[in-house]
Ligand binder design. Structure first.
Ligand SMILES: Cc1ncc(COP(=O)(O)O)c(C=O)c1O
Length: 493
């Protein structure tokens, strides 16, 4: 490297220029790269109907670790070959209609196109001044969700990276709003059931609230929070000089899809002046199904009475992973917690016509997440989402009925939403052991994917109908495979 500052040091510029331009391919190269990538994606999607829901690859794609990041690269075609072999065809396949595990994700094709545009146009969606269009779009999506919940005009929120981060942001806002700090932490009580998602406890720890008191409220036979038990806990805590700080209700638990009695809990939150948070990461968007499933929409109606609600578009609006949403009844709580100034940001304050995500969330520079949601909503219309969600509610009821009728199987409670729990009751032997082996064999087989959980200490299987590609034929296939596999295991004894 020549001395910097000498004339000859600048001769290097033409060499650097030539090399660095590799990063900015010209029109023909760009089009050729796009064709290659499009072909990769189409081949993936064309093969999807016959692809397993889990790839049982013992090597687990480990070869990808051996590919060095080299000075000259390997070129796009070779990179795509590696992706196809060692990433696309390894592990779980949540794009499959036969994927019923956990809370299945989506991956709408139109979202993929939105992501491609968001990445290549790289709008700065954190700050209104930088990209008023992108920020307005994201704020409009939040407003659309606030209307769905029934929140007033004061509401605000942001598109988070997922449900965990959205829940965490809500908890931090609640902590600030209720002034839970210092000695108050140990006297502050959080109420939830043991079916609440574990990200809530994780978030309490991250938010510095590990020493707060956590009360596990008993559930009823459908795994919904028992409001009268909550009332007892609240009243005893208050009598004992503790402060009810926050009640976390679930609108669709991960385990069973149960919806806590949101209205009764809202009454108690008001009476005890506790922050009311509803984790509707999975269930919130089922509110869209009010016409076909009015009773389901009714279960969700009192989300409108919460202080904060989390809903995950990367679950029940089928967009790719990396999109949650937090909506807070009074946006000032988010602004109070997250709005910051810095000298180098002074220009951005010249245009503050709308809230910036950076002032409502822990993030500054962030992906333009809105486009992956806005584009499919605009392209396909809400009716398509409504139909897909109603279909999932109906599929869950269909599966619940059929599995309950199947010899040897025992269905859990009627589903509130689209998760059904069940297990096989073997003619003899330990049911937990049988169901563990049943889950293991199903997962190794991989044609369908169902995950398992523990409910009241019992090994339980569950089917979550969430993927937009899941239709009746996939549920029928799951039932056939379950019947077949249980019979095989019974015969082996
Ligand atoms: C009810 C509920 N809350 C929160 C989460 C966490 O969301 P994420 O995985 O997007 O961080 C999940 C994930 O499945 C969930 O089901």
């Amino acid at each position: 490297m020549p001395n910097s500052g000498s004339e000859s040091s600048f001769d290097l510029l033409s060499e650097l220029d030539a090399l660095s331009r590799r990063l900015d391919p010209g029109p023909e190269d760009r089009r050729q790269s796009t064709r290659l990538v499009a072909e990769h994606v189409h081949a993936y999607l064309d093969a999807l109907p016959d692809a397993p829901a889990r790839f049982d690859r013992p090597d687990g794609g480990s070869r990808i670790r051996e590919i060095p990041v080299s000075e000259d690269g390997i070129g796009l075609e070779a990179a795509l070959d590696l992706l196809r072999e060692h990433v696309d065809a390894v592990g779980l396949n949540p794009t499959s209609g036969r994927f019923f595990g956990y809370i299945p994700g989506g991956g709408l094709f139109t979202s993929g196109l939105g992501d491609w545009m968001a990445a290549t146009t790289n709008r700065y969606a954190g700050v209104f001044f930088a990209s008023p269009g992108a920020v307005r779009m994201e704020n409009a999506l939040i407003r659309w969700m606030a209307d769905l919940i029934g929140f007033p005009e004061t509401a605000g929120g942001y598109l988070a990276a997922g449900g965990s981060l959205a829940n965490q942001t809500a908890i931090v806002a609640a902590r600030e709003a209720k002034g839970v700090e210092g000695a108050a932490i140990e006297r502050s009580v959080v109420y939830l059931t043991d079916h609440a998602h574990h990200c809530i406890l994780k978030a309490l720890g991250i938010a510095g609230l590990r020493r707060s008191v956590v009360r596990t409220v008993p559930v009823d036979e459908r795994y919904r929070m028992r409001a009268e038990a909550l009332q007892e806990l609240l009243s005893t805590d208050r009598e004992n000089g503790l402060t009810p700080f926050m009640i976390v209700a679930s609108a669709g638990t991960t385990n069973t899809g149960s919806v806590d009695p949101l209205d009764a809990i809202a009454d108690l939150a008001r009476e005890y002046d506790a922050w009311y948070h509803v984790d509707a990461a999975y269930g919130g968007f089922f509110r869209l199904c009010a016409e076909t499933f009015p009773e389901t929409a009714d279960l969700l109606e009192a989300m409108s009475r919460a202080d904060s609600v989390v809903m995950d578009p990367h679950k029940t609006l089928f967009v790719p992973y990396g999109t949650g949403a937090l909506i807070v009844r009074d946006r000032r709580h988010l602004l109070d917690t997250h709005s910051m100034d810095a000298d180098y940001m002074q220009d951005t304050r010249s245009a503050d016509h709308e809230d910036s995500p950076a002032d409502l969330s822990p993030e500054l520079t962030k992906h333009f997440r809105g486009l992956r949601l806005w584009l499919p909503l605009q392209a396909h219309g809400v009716a398509a989402f409504r139909a897909a969600l109603s279909e999932k509610l109906l599929l869950a009821r269909y599966f619940h009925r059929r599995i309950g009728e199947l010899n040897g199987f025992e269905a859990g409670p009627e589903p509130d939403l689209s998760v059904v729990t069940f297990r096989y009751v073997p003619a003899a032997g330990d049911p937990d052991d049988f169901n563990r082996r049943l889950a293991g064999r199903l997962q190794r087989d991989g044609r369908v994917f169902l995950s398992s959980t523990q409910i009241e200490g019992r090994f339980t299987l569950r089917l979550a109908a969430v993927c937009f590609r899941s239709h009746r034929e996939h549920v029928d296939e799951a039932i056939d495979i379950l019947r077949e596999t249980a019979a095989e295991l019974e015969a082996e004894r």
